[in-house]
Structure formats: structure tokens, C-alpha cells
Ligand binder design. Structure first.
Ligand code: ATP
Ligand code: MG
Length: 723
């Protein structure tokens, strides 16, 4: 994560107490590079910092604010610093606080740093009685119910996801300053993927607006209305404008590439023809276009303000030169408008390991390999909280949750719940429980029953179009495939035992009490940083995602996917691993290719070297201890023999192991599954390990389990051998 206040920053704070203005000025600037200093010292007026990831943009603007204040150019209370997310605003506040002196002469203490929405909400509350009069307003925390009503009246579907997708369309239109009447044309112009018929959506949007203001003495405002009304109040009322402009004189915007036309309108109203504005951003990190955000205001800044000081920062203080070089290569291939703003980053940190590229036969193997590497990193001293696994869509988290649980590594899923906590997965499991209770007397197989049960919940043959509907669909597909895997491993599994197994998995994933490894989508990782980053699932069709590809290989949606990869790469400080799988399921057709963004960057796909393509990227492939064939599927690797080779299991030992596991699980109140999986017990009962080395050679048994359970297990094997 970001170091909120680096050592230099607090050093500045402590020393400024007793310093002369000149000395404190030196301290504010001493640990900045030449270009950062230029941006900080630029005279009052428009300043634009165009810079890549990790170059110190956020550091630079907080210092600029401190400089303007300490030099007496502006009073701290007259500065308004805005950004887009609570997290980013919090970070800016923390960095500003860190510049405070402990004698109370805080140069930046009373600077307002907040989101656009928070600023607008506060201003509107203040000005409302004057501009609107006696009609009250209330903020709509959730627009869901009203959108649902509007959908119903316009003949649109009203399922939860449909309503959320409609709300997304309304939000996009409002953020883009598009009226209901303008919606159909705007959609056509933008080539926007839309979930419903454009005319019906426009009607529902108009209906939603009408429903909000139907009462004569109470207006309901959504978040976008806060911004709209704030802009209108300042634009239409000279007295309001005057009062506001006396109050705030200096504006600063972080992550300016994310500004929407609506937010830009508010910003222009705030400025009202003045030009005391500092913006910082990176057009190559534009990944929210689908919400209406546009980098054009950043890129056109010096056209709008011809006197602007434009500063480019190129030194990357976050990542090693190895990581920086990969980021440069990936973004160098970008096309279109943003490509014109390409910046070449120069890494400032000491060298580190080269990023690695790993191809795996299937997703389970990919996840198992990532979990192994993570364990290795943790064992060699990297804190779990400094490690992240980043993927394109949330449904991809499931295999990683499973693999990390299996490896005994704590984790948390960021910007979304864990797989089994997702609403559709809970619904699906409930529905399956009902089916199991009723009993099925058909000849249908378990996977068939599962698919039939999930179909009415949204498991259609084709992916739906809306974002929410698609997320739900992807999660259900992941569940259906999880079931296929389970049944492939244990063909006699019936529905009740399958559900018990899934329940155990879900229970094993209770949120950790300590900070663990972060699992997050690339979108949710924006602005964050970790020592080690695993970018997973980098197959073509996942990144770039297939619905972006449907716009054509050179389309803007595909370019946005490339920027997502760039954002992902630049989150890593030191260790970076990029991986993909050739098939989804073990034994499935290996029809996938690595992401097109890695062409000429990753070593050639191993699919091209013929039959040995399932070869593991690192170390020799494990071989069957019975027939010596290479092993590829996770259960086979776990058992250390082909699933089809005869089992030489000691059934008696297996039964003893299971009893023992049940006892331990009760004593320690953890699910049996967390102690050892069935496959691990089978592997023990087959290979009869007699010492620690033989025991840890079994996949699923690491240092921690060896220490906890090794003596018990070895004792059971010994007593079995001597009986
Ligand atoms: P992003 O695009 O991801 O938001 P950013 O450009 O805002 O990145 P910062 O977060 O400000 O970058 O800085 C990245 C890291 O580099 C931080 O840990 C910051 O403290 C450090 N840093 C920035 N400038 C310098 C400098 N001149 N000397 C040493 N470290 C620096
Ligand atoms: Mg930043």
C-alpha cells in the first residue's frame, strides 16, 4: 500500500517548527527532484502535471499546496483539493496532515481535501435555502427502488441485476451531461454496449427523474444531482457565485484523467473564469471510461489555459527498473489519442528480479503455482500484506481463494466479497439445498442437476450484456465449473455430499484476523502498491476481455484493457509475475492463447513446441510414481500418480487418518478440510511417509502443517507398518 507519509515528509514536519521561512522552504523542496520542484514552485495560476505511475504526483501536489500556503500566496482555508474516491481523498488528507508542524503552525491543516461529491454536498447544503427556497431536499442513498419503479413503467425487466444495470446507464448519462432525450444518439455516437433498448432506457431515465421530484415539498437528489445543482447554483446566481469565489481561491485535482464532464462542469463553475488550478494525472491510467470519465480535459489542459505551466515527471520512485521497463514496453504499443501522451518512465529504485512469465495447463494449476510462490515469498520474509493477486473480473477470485486456503495462507478479497459470500452464490447454494432435500429421482448427473438449478438464476448459455448481469453470470459459470471439477475428481459424489463439500470450502475461508494477501480486480487496485504482485489469468479473451474485443482489435475498449494491464504492472515495487492458463479446467482443451498485449514481450507461448506443451514452467514436471508419466491435473499431482493408475492405498491407515482428522477438527474448531483435504490423506495412505522429508514432499503439506501435525501422522504410519 502507499506509504502515506514517508520519513522525509514527517522530517519536514518536525523541523519546520523552528525554521526560518527560507529554511522551511528548503525542507519542503529538499527531497523533490528537479521537475517535481518546478511544479511545486510554479507561480500562482494553471499548472498541469502529466506523469506516469509512481512518479510522485500525489507527493508533488501536496507539496505545492504547502508551498503556496507557506509563501503566503493563499490562506490554507481558501484551498480546495479534490479527487474521486474516498480512499484517494483520505490519502491526500493524510499526506497534508503529515506536513503539519507540531507547534500548531500547520501550513496545510485547514486545507479541504475531499471528493467532488463531498464538496458539492457541503456547498449545496449551505446554498440551498437561498437558491431553492422552502422545498427541502434529501440525498437518495440508494436509487434502486425508484429506478425499479421507472423500469417497470417503461416495460424493462426489474430483476435486481437489470435494475442495477439500468441505474448504471442513468449514472453514465448524467455524468456525461446527457439528457434522456439525448441518450439514444449519445449511445450510438459512443458505440456504447447497452443492456436494454435505447428508447426504453431513455424513457425509464426520464421516468426516474420525474419520480424523484414528484413531491412539492421534498426533492430527492441522487449523487449526480448534488453536482448538477451545485454547478447550477453557482452558474445562475451571481450572489452565490461571488460568495463561493471569495471563499475558495485555489483548486487542486489529483487523478484528473478520471474527471467526468459533470465534474468538470462543477470545477469550471468553481473557477468562474479564474485560473488558479493545479491538476495532476496520467492518461495511461484511464480505466473508468465506461462510467463517463475522460482524459480529454487533462490532455487539452494547455489548450484551455495557454499560460499553463506543464510539467512532465518521468522518474518512477515506486518500482524497480525491471518492472518499469516492462511497463514501458506494454504501454509503448498503445494506439489512439492517449498514446500521444505516452511517457517513458525511468526507474529510480535499485535493480530487482526480472518479472517472470508463466504458462500453465489450466487455471487450477495456475492458482496452485501462484499459491506456492506466495508461500515461498512469505517464508523468505515478505509480509503477506505486501503481496497481491490481481485479476480482470471478480469471478476469477474463486480459484485463488481455494488455492490460498489450501496452502494455509491468509487473504482478503478487496472491493468485493469472497466468492461464497456473493449474493448469487448464496442464492445458488440455497436453491441446490432445496433440490437436495427434495431428492432427485431422475438419472441426471450431479453437474446436470446443478446446471438445471442454476439456469433460472441466470446461468444462460450466452453471456448477458449488462455489467451486473454479466458479473452474476460469470460467478454462476465459475460455480458450475467448480462442481464439474469436484465430480471429475470423485465421480460417485452425490448432491448432498457435494453441498457439504462446498459448505466446508466456504467455512474454511472465513475472513482472516491478520492482514493477509490481497485479492483484487485490476480496477480496485488502482493507486495502490505492493512489494509483490501476481497478474493472473492473462489469457486473450480475459485480458483483453472478450466483450472489448467484439468492438474490433484496434478499438478504444481494447486500448482501455491495455491500460488496465499497465495499471496492474505499475502496482509492483519489486516482484512481478504474469501468468495465464491454456485451458480453464484440468484436462480441458488447451485452446487459449496468452494476452495479445504480451506478444513480443513474454517468451513465446510453449504451445508452439509440440506435445510437451503442458510442461510446467519451473522445475521438472512431477511424474506418476506408478507409471512414470508426467502429471498435469491437480488431483493427480496431489496423489502423485495418474488418477487412472491403480491405487496402492492402505485403507486401514486411511480410515485411521480420517478419524484422527475429525478429532483434530473438533478440538481446534476448524473444518476438517482445513486440517487436511481428502486427497492429502489419500496421498499419505498411499505413500506411507516415514520422515519429515517424505511428508513435506506431499503437496498440501508445508512447514506449518508439518510442525502442527507431522508427529501425529508419522506416528500413525509407523504403528501401521509395524502391525
Ligand atoms: P500513481 O500514479 O500510482 O497515483 P503517483 O505519481 O501519485 O502514483 P506517489 O504515490 O506520489 O506517485 O509516489 C510514489 C512513491 O514514490 C511514494 O511512495 C512516494 O513517497 C515516493 N516518491 C515520490 N517522489 C519521490 C522523491 N522525489 N524521492 C523519493 N521518493 C519519492
Ligand atoms: Mg497518486
Amino acid at each position: 500500500m502507499h506509504a502515506v507519509a514517508g520519513p522525509h515528509v514527517s522530517g519536514v514536519a518536525d523541523m519546520m517548527v523552528a525554521m526560518s521561512p527560507t529554511a522551511s522552504r528548503d525542507l519542503l523542496l529538499g527531497d523533490l527532484d528537479e521537475e517535481q520542484r518546478e511544479a511545486v514552485l510554479a507561480p500562482r495560476g494553471p499548472v498541469c502535471v502529466l506523469a506516469g505511475a509512481g512518479t510522485g504526483k500525489t507527493r508533488t501536489i501536496t507539496r505545492r499546496i504547502a508551498h503556496l500556503v507557506t509563501a503566503g500566496h493563499v490562506a490554507p482555508g481558501q484551498v480546495l483539493a479534490v479527487t474521486f474516491t474516498q480512499r484517494a481523498a483520505g490519502e491526500m488528507r493524510a499526506r497534508l496532515r503529515a506536513l503539519t508542524t507540531d507547534a500548531g503552525t500547520a501550513p496545510t491543516e485547514s486545507v479541504q481535501a475531499m471528493t467532488f461529491h463531498a464538496a458539492a454536498r457541503r456547498q449545496l447544503a449551505y446554498f440551498w435555502p437561498r437558491v431553492v427556497g422552502s422545498t427541502d431536499w434529501q440525498l437518495l442513498d440508494s436509487k434502486f427502488a425508484i429506478v425499479a419503479q421507472a423500469a417497470n413503467r417503461s416495460g424493462l425487466p426489474t430483476g435486481t441485476d437489470n435494475v442495477r444495470d439500468l441505474a448504471g446507464e442513468i449514472e453514465w448519462a448524467k455524468a456525461s451531461l446527457i439528457t434522456p432525450e439525448g441518450y439514444p444518439d449519445a449511445v450510438a455516437e459512443n458505440g456504447r454496449d447497452i443492456p436494454f433498448d435505447a428508447a426504453k432506457t431513455a424513457a425509464a431515465y426520464a421516468g426516474y427523474e420525474a419520480l424523484k421530484s414528484r413531491s412539492a415539498d421534498l426533492m430527492l437528489l441522487d449523487f449526480d444531482d448534488l453536482l448538477l445543482h451545485t454547478a447550477a447554483a453557482i452558474e445562475n446566481d451571481a450572489a452565490v457565485a461571488q460568495e463561493f469565489r471569495d471563499r475558495y481561491r485555489c483548486f487542486v485535482v489529483d487523478e484528473y484523467q478520471d474527471v467526468t464532464p459533470l465534474q468538470q462542469r462543477v470545477l469550471s463553475a468553481w473557477l468562474g473564469g479564474r485560473d488558479d488550478l493545479t491538476v495532476v494525472g496520467d492518461a495511461n491510467q484511464t480505466i473508468y471510461s465506461f462510467t463517463g470519465a475522460s482524459p480529454r480535459y487533462l490532455l487539452d489542459f494547455s489548450r484551455r489555459f495557454p499560460d499553463a505551466a506543464v510539467v512532465r515527471l518521468e522518474r518512477d520512485y515506486r518500482s524497480t527498473p525491471q518492472v518499469v521497463s516492462l511497463a514501458n514496453r506494454v504501454i509503448a504499443a498503445a494506439r489512439g489519442r492517449m498514446a500521444g501522451s505516452k511517457l517513458h518512465l525511468v526507474g529510480q529504485r535499485p535493480p530487482g528480479p526480472n518479472p517472470t512469465f508463466q504458462e500453465h495447463p489450466d487455471e487450477a494449476a495456475e492458482a496452485a503455482a501462484v499459491a506456492r510462490s506466495i508461500k515461498g515469498l512469505i517464508e523468505s520474509g515478505t509480509p503477506a500484506s505486501e503481496i497481491a493477486v490481481l485479476y480482470r473480473i471478480n469471478a476469477q477470485s474463486e480459484v485463488y481463494e481455494e488455492a490460498l486456503t489450501e496452502a494455509g495462507v491468509a487473504f482478503q478479497v478487496r472491493g468485493g466479497e469472497g466468492f461464497f459470500s456473493r449474493q448469487e452464490i448464496r442464492q445458488a447454494l440455497l436453491a441446490l439445498h432445496r433440490v437436495a432435500e427434495r431428492g432427485t429421482d431422475t438419472d441426471a448427473t450431479v453437474p446436470e442437476v446443478v446446471r438445471a438449478t442454476l439456469e433460472p438464476l441466470g446461468l444462460t448459455a450466452e453471456a448477458p450484456t449488462g455489467t451486473q448481469a454479466r458479473e452474476r453470470w460469470e460467478a454462476l459459470v465459475a460455480l458450475a465449473e467448480l462442481v464439474d471439477d469436484e465430480v471429475a475428481q470423485r465421480p460417485r459424489l452425490d448432491l448432498p455430499s457435494l453441498l457439504a463439500e462446498l459448505r466446508q470450502r466456504a467455512d474454511a475461508r472465513h475472513p482472516p484476523t491478520v492482514q493477509g494477501v490481497t485479492l483484487a480486480s485490476l480496477h480496485a487496485a488502482k493507486g495502490l502498491e505492493w512489494d509483490a504482485v501476481f497478474l493472473v489469468g492473462l489469457a486473450d479473451g480475459t485480458l483483453p476481455i472478450s466483450h472489448a474485443l467484439s468492438h474490433g482489435p484496434d478499438s478504444e475498449p481494447v486500448e482501455e484493457e491495455r491500460r488496465l494491464l499497465y495499471v496492474g504492472i505499475t502496482r509492483a515495487r519489486v516482484h512481478l509475475t504474469l501468468s495465464w492458463a491454456l485451458a480453464r479446467n484440468p484436462g480441458g482443451r488447451q485452446g487459449r492463447r496468452p494476452s495479445r498485449f504480451l506478444n513480443g514481450i513474454a517468451p513465446q507461448s510453449q504451445r508452439d513446441d509440440g506435445p510437451s506443451r503442458a510442461r510446467k514452467p519451473r522445475g521438472p514436471a512431477p511424474r506418476c510414481r506408478i507409471c512414470n508419466e508426467p502429471l498435469t491435473s491437480p488431483p493427480a499431482i496431489m496423489l502423485r500418480r495418474c488418477e487412472s493408475c491403480p491405487s496402492d492405498i492402505d485403507e486401514h491407515l486411511l480410515a485411521e487418518l480420517k478419524d484422527w482428522r475429525l478429532r483434530i477438527s473438533k478440538e481446534t474448531s476448524v473444518p476438517a478440510y482445513v486440517v487436511f483435504t481428502d486427497n492429502t490423506l489419500i496421498a499419505i495412505a498411499e505413500s506411507m511417509p516415514t520422515d519429515d522429508a517424505a511428508l513435506v514432499a506431499i503437496p498440501g503439506i508445508g512447514a506449518r502443517k508439518l510442525e502442527q501435525f507431522g508427529p501425529d501422522v508419522l506416528a500413525m504410519v509407523k504403528s501401521r507398518q509395524s502391525s
